[in-house]
Ligand binder design. Structure first.
Ligand SMILES: NC(=O)c1ccc[n+]([C@@H]2O[C@H](COP(=O)([O-])OP(=O)(O)OC[C@H]3O[C@@H](n4cnc5c(N)ncnc54)[C@H](OP(=O)(O)O)[C@@H]3O)[C@@H](O)[C@H]2O)c1
Length: 317
C-alpha cells in the first residue's frame, strides 16, 4: 500500500512510520519539516518526506488536492482539528483512497456515565477541542455509512512515551511532581484523588492504526478507543510512582478551590481539563474487531517516560 501519513513525525508517527515501512508499505510523511521523530530508525531512510503546511494550504484551498496528488491508497490523518478541515480532505479523497484513518481522541466524550465508557455512549463533549473532534468523528462515520467513504476513527487517550513529559499524578504536566514523589515529599492532590486519567503508549496507538488497516472489513465505518487496558486514579498513580523509588506516597488532599491556589494557572487549567473528563474507556470493541492488544499498562507506559526524564536529567530522582 502507498500510505500517506499527515503529521507523521510526532508522538505517534515516531512509532507508526517505521512499523508501516517494516510491513513493506510505501510511506509518505507530510509535515512542515520542523519536527524530528523522537527515536531514530533506519526505516526513515525509506520514507518520502513532503513538506506542506496544512494551515497555509487550507487557507489557499489546495490542501486536499495536494494530498490527492500524492496518490495514497491509505491516508492517515494525525492532525485534523476542525470539521471544515475534515470535510475539505474527504471531498478531495472521495473515491481515491481505500482506507482513511483519522486520529480522534477520547475527549470526544464528555463526562462519563457508565464506566468503562464504550464508543457507543452518546457524545457529551465539552471544550472546543473535544467538541470539534466529536463533530469530525460523527461526520466521518456518517460519510462511511451513507456514501461508503472508507473512514475509521481511532480515539487515543493521553499519549505517553520516552521523549516528552507525561501527564502526571496531579493531572498536569509539571515534571517536578515526579521528583516530589521520588523524594518522598508531600504531594497535594485535588479532591479525594479519585478522579481518573487514561494513558496510552504511543507505540500502542501505532499498533492500533496498523491493526485497523489489517482488519479493513471490520474497521471501516467504526470508531475505536485506543487506550491502555485500564484507567488509573490520581491517587493510585501517585502511590505507584512513589513506590518505583522505594517510597510511600505522602499525599494530602485539598478541596478543588484550595488546591488551585497551590499551583500555577496553567497547571490548574490542565488538571481541570483532565479531571473534568476523568476518562475511563473500554477497549473491548477494539480488541474484538481489530484485535488491538496493547503492550503497555498505563503505569508501564508512564514508567518509560519517567525513566527518560531521569536519563535526560529533566528531573533528579
Ligand atoms: N497528545 C495527546 O495526549 C493526545 C490525546 C488524544 C488524542 N490526540 C490526538 O493525536 C493527534 C496528534 O498526534 P501526535 O501526538 O502524534 O502529533 P504531534 O506529536 O503533535 O505531532 C504533530 C505532527 O504534525 C506535524 N504538523 C504540525 N502542524 C502541522 C501543519 N500545520 N502542517 C503540516 N504538518 C504539521 C508535525 O510536524 P511539523 O511540526 O514538522 O510540521 C508532526 O509531524 C491529534 O489528532 C490529537 O487530537 C493527542
Amino acid at each position: 500500500m502507498r500510505v500517506v501519513v499527515i503529521g507523521g513525525t510526532g508522538h505517534v508517527g515516531t512509532y507508526m512510520v517505521p512499523r508501516l515501512v517494516n510491513q513493506g508499505h510505501d510511506v509518505v510523511v507530510v509535515s512542515r519539516g520542523q519536527r524530528k521523530p523522537y527515536q531514530s530508525s533506519r526505516a526513515w531512510d525509506r520514507v518520502s518526506l513532503v513538506e506542506i503546511d496544512r494551515a497555509v494550504a487550507e487557507e489557499a484551498g489546495d490542501f486536499g488536492e495536494r494530498i490527492r496528488r500524492l496518490e495514497p491508497d491509505v491516508a492517515i490523518d494525525m492532525i485534523c482539528f476542525t470539521l471544515e478541515s475534515a470535510q475539505h480532505l474527504v471531498e478531495a479523497l472521495r473515491g481515491r483512497v481505500q482506507h482513511f484513518l483519522h486520529c480522534g481522541t477520547i475527549w470526544a466524550h464528555g463526562p462519563s456515565v457508565i464506566v468503562p465508557t464504550t464508543e457507543e455512549q452518546a457524545r457529551r463533549a465539552f471544550g472546543a477541542y473535544g467538541i470539534q473532534k466529536a463533530a469530525i468523528e460523527g461526520y466521518l462515520l456518517r460519510e462511511a455509512r451513507l456514501s461508503g467513504f472508507p473512514a475509521t476513527v481511532l480515539m487515543p487517550g493521553h499519549i505517553v512515551g520516552p521523549g516528552w513529559v507525561p501527564l502526571n499524578p496531579a493531572g498536569h504536566f509539571n515534571p517536578a511532581v515526579f521528583e516530589t514523589l521520588a523524594r518522598g515529599e508531600e504531594l497535594l492532590l485535588p479532591n479525594l484523588g479519585m478522579e481518573t486519567v487514561h494513558h496510552v503508549h504511543a507505540d500502542d496507538i501505532a499498533l492500533a492504526f496498523l491493526q485497523a488497516m489489517a482488519h479493513w472489513s471490520t474497521s471501516v465505518g467504526q470508531n475505536f478507543h485506543v487506550v491502555s487496558p485500564a484507567a488509573i486514579t490520581l491517587r493510585g498513580y501517585a502511590e505507584a510512582v512513589a513506590s518505583w523509588f522505594g517510597r510511600e506516597a505522602r499525599l494530602r488532599f485539598l478541596p478543588w478551590d484550595e488546591w488551585v491556589e497551590t499551583v500555577t494557572p496553567e497547571e490548574a487549567q490542565a488538571t481541570w481539563d483532565h479531571i473534568a473528563h476523568s476518562p475511563n474507556c473500554s477497549i473491548a470493541k477494539a480488541q474484538r474487531l481489530i484485535n488491538y492488544q496493547p503492550r503497555y499498562s498505563s503505569l508501564q507506559a508512564v514508567q518509560e517516560a519517567v525513566t527518560w526524564l531521569i536519563e535526560q536529567e529533566r528531573i533528579s530522582a
